[in-house]
Design a protein around this ligand. Structure first.
Ligand code: SF4
Ligand code: SF4
Length: 166
């Protein structure tokens, strides 16, 4: 197999290394089972197998990829991987690196801001209310205490600073 590695980034490799992923990445057999089970494979050009290969090489182009933000964290790849590669965790590290470099996509930034403001990662719109009513679910309200808790948590984890820059 031939692969063009555009940029091998030491920092990325070190970041994955600090998370104890380095040895795990070397266990990847490139079998492609993860790509086969990943729902994104049916809809996009994103292939988990290729991403793991690039992560192992420390290829920094990964954090530029919009595909990085498509993963739904369904964990299907991890359940099927016989080498136990923690793909969703690796994607989380890559997303953090991308965010730290100011590459958080607008769509994800909007969701994060909404979460900071209301404690919900989706808008409390009329459509949400209508669908909940149809399903027999109660009305959702912004809970001030929950928002305060979210603020404390997101300050501690650094999410607030990453998203709002303050
Ligand atoms: S991450 Fe696991 S399932 Fe995917 S290619 Fe590597 S060894 Fe195979
Ligand atoms: S966790 Fe992400 S990469 Fe893994 S199968 Fe689900 S969508 Fe695909």
């Amino acid at each position: 197999m031939s692969m063009k590695t555009t940029k091998v980034d030491k920092a990325l490799r070190e970041e994955l290394g600090t998370k104890e992923f380095t040895s795990m990445l070397t266990l990847c057999e490139q079998c492609g089972v993860c790509s086969g089970i990943c729902p994104l494979s049916k809809l996009t050009d994103f292939r988990v197998r290729k991403m793991i290969l690039k992560a192992g090489l420390g290829d920094n182009s990964l954090i530029e990829s919009p595909d990085l933000w498509l993963c739904t964290m369904c964990y299907a790849c991890l359940e099927r991987c016989r080498s136990g590669i923690q793909v969703p965790e690796i994607i989380s590290v890559l997303r953090t690196l991308a965010t730290e470099e100011g590459k958080l996509p607008d769509s994800s930034s909007k969701v994060a801001r909404l979460f900071l403001k209301t404690g919900y990662a989706f808008p409390l719109s009329g459509l949400t209310a209508k669908m909940r009513k149809e399903l027999g679910l109660g009305e959702l309200k912004v809970d001030k205490k929950a928002v305060n808790d979210v603020e404390k948590l997101t300050k501690k984890t650094g999410l607030k600073k990453l998203v709002e820059g303050s």
